[in-house]
Write a protein that binds this ligand. Structure first.
Ligand code: ADP
Length: 581
């Protein structure tokens, strides 16, 4: 089946497609019971559909024309029951169908989301969020529509085609020859059109991704756009994007119209021919009227499935485009993986960090951020990491948090190489407070508790107290239960900072990192925050990154990142002592 599907698709790498279909199949397989159930229902409803014209034929030929009242009543009653039964059956199968396709859709999306959670900032840096969103949303739905809807429509098409064809032959084998002319013509036409449809479908998916990217990028930046009065420019961009989208959509519509219209016209021609020949036979008394009517209905039923089976080709093309876009996300490898047997950090950790001849550079960048850098950051000390903007301080922190691994050398925490640790194990022990504090929609309480969901209400209260959040909580209408807007827009920079510190307190880290965390607040507040941090986290290793001299006064060790080296400057206390001497 998988081989057949990938063979049906031109212009793409077969191996890649087979891999993609195999992946897709892993989501379909767990639903096999539901699929078999729906297939049985499908068989029943196809049989019922085929039964209707036959009943009409009997009604006309054996009832009306034969003037048999008993037959007329029997047929009418049978039709009523068949009608009610079909309606019930279609209701049940629609319900089961939605459940099945929903399960596959959500399983696919959840799996992809989990995979996205393993990818590094490098991945997100190189992609537009709107594009990822469009793959997760539109493309995944397209695949699910194919995996469920098209497969069932193919099945009922095959059944309908076989049944209708058998009944056509039963009614008149001579007239059935018309179908044999019609079908090859339709097949040839649809094969010719399908590559066009595939190319245009890809363009449409990309246009839709452009639109989502635009909205995802500009909506959060609205305040800035207003501040620099560029609203017109952005509306203009949206207008252009929409215009492009619409133009391509209409192109696809026209192509799809011709793809469908030609077979439709051929069918009408065939039907007219059948009426001409069959009608002549009826007038000549060689054939019955009911049979002619049933024949024309079955003719429609035979060509409909041919179209939808060939339409399946078009659906496969569209779906393969989406599948490839989704697989592109799936194929992105995480930079960091947990080792097979990860080391466990002991409860009584000290928090000493050691860089041992560490080399690191970003992919596609010439300059190394670290070039055989070695340094020891003592346990329990306050360490300042300095250096001009863009030198790589945040990158050093990313290495410490294991968002990346060094290309050479080792980073050790209490003598254990970070590479031996599962990222989650390490990140539980390291709390990071950065300038950019992430807030989620939810209450203040939920936000504070985000990194430690098991913390009790009392612990959250105590942490908020320690982080000097009490005044804020008292000023809010519902206190800790106050809902925060999207991205915490109701809080000031300093307040968000305190939330971040409360989060860090709950996390009970062994290492605390403040990455430019206080640059958004004034110096007095900063001094207070730092004093607070030193009080709360005394005995833990604290790493501070800041440009302000005041932040860095009183640290135990000052390390400058310079030319790829972590250079230990004199500890501040020594400098001060030297000054005094
Ligand atoms: P700092 O924190 O000292 O201001 P960063 O660590 O943010 O510096 O950045 C160091 C250098 O690495 C910069 O030149 C920056 O452009 C580059 N850089 C940062 N992140 C990435 C990334 N994901 N991919 C490629 N280059 C990056």
């Amino acid at each position: 089946m998988i081989r057949w599907l990938s063979a049906a698709i031109d212009g793409q790498d077969r191996g890649r497609l087979e891999e993609a279909f195999r992946w897709l199949y892993t989501f379909v397989r767990p639903q096999s019971k539901a699929i078999i159930g729906l297939m049985l229902l499908s068989v029943c409803s196809s049989a019922l559909v085929l039964l209707q014209p036959w009943l009409t034929k009997l009604l006309i030929d054996e009832g009306l024309l034969a003037k048999d009242y008993g037959m007329l009543v029997t047929m009418a009653i049978t039709m009523i029951f068949v009608g009610i039964f079909s309606t019930g059956l279609s209701g049940v199968s629609r319900y089961l169908h939605t459940r099945l396709s929903g399960r596959i859709l959500f399983a696919l999306r959840e799996h992809l989301y989990e995979h996205l959670q393993t990818l590094s900032p490098q991945f997100y840096g190189g992609r537009r969020i709107g594009d990822i969103l469009s793959r997760l949303d539109g493309d995944v739905s397209q695949i699910q529509r194919f995996a469920v809807d098209s497969m069932f429509s193919a099945l009922s098409s095959v059944l309908g085609l076989a049944g209708a064809f058998a009944l056509l032959i039963t009614l008149s084998w001579k007239l059935s020859l018309l179908v044999l002319v019609l079908i090859p013509l339709e097949v040839l036409w649809l094969r010719w059109m399908r590559r066009k449809v595939e190319r245009q479908a890809r363009i449409i998916r990309e246009r839709s991704a452009d639109l989502s990217s635009f909205l995802v990028e500009t909506l959060p930046a609205m305040k800035f756009i207003q501040a620099v009065s560029q609203e017109k420019r952005e509306s203009g961009k949206l207008h252009n994007l929409s215009n492009h989208y619409l133009t391509d959509l209409l192109k696809l519509q026209v192509t799809e119209f011709f793809t469908q219209a030609v077979p439709g016209t051929l069918t009408s021609l065939t039907r007219a021919t059948a009426f001409l020949i069959g009608g002549y036979w009826v007038i000549e008394g060689q054939w019955q009227l009911g049979s002619l009517i049933a024949f024309s209905t079955y003719l429609g039923m035979a060509t409909g499935p041919v179209q939808s089976l060939l339409g399946l080709y078009v659906a496969i093309q569209r779906m393969s485009v989406s599948l490839d876009r989704v697989m592109d996300l799936r194929r992105a490898e995480p930079d960091i993986t947990a080792p097979d047997t990860p080391a466990i950090l002991p409860d009584d950790m000290q928090g000493e960090l050691q860089f041992d001849r560490v080399c690191f550079r970003y992919q596609d960048r010439d300059a190394a951020i670290l070039d055989h850098a070695s340094v020891i950051m003592p346990a329990g000390g306050t360490i300042a990491l300095t250096g001009p903007s863009g030198v790589g301080k945040s990158t050093v922190i990313d290495l410490l948090m294991r968002y990346y691994d060094p290309q050479q050398g080792r980073i050790l925490i209490d003598g254990i190489n970070l590479k031996q640790l599962a990222p989650m194990e390490l990140r539980k022990r390291v709390a990071l407070v950065s300038q950019d504090i992430t807030m989620f929609r939810g209450t203040l309480m939920e936000n504070i508790r985000y990194a430690s969901p098991v913390a009790t209400d009392a612990e959250v209260l105590a942490a908020s107290d320690e982080a000097r959040l009490s005044d804020l909580i008292a000023s809010l209408p519902l206190g800790l239960e106050t809902p925060l807007g999207e991205r915490g827009s109701q809080l000031s920079g300093g307040q968000k900072q305190r939330v971040a510190i409360a989060r860090a307190i709950l996390q009970k880290p062994i290492i605390l990192i403040l990455d430019e965390a206080t640059s958004a607040v004034d110096e007095a507040t900063e001094t207070e925050v730092i004093a607070n941090v030193n009080r709360i986290f005394s005995g833990k290793t604290r790493i501070l990154i800041s440009h302000r001299a005041s932040t860095l006064s009183g640290v135990d060790l000052r390390i400058e990142l310079k030319d790829g080296q972590l250079v230990v400057e004199n500890s501040v206390s020594e400098v001060e002592l030297n000054g005094i001497n």
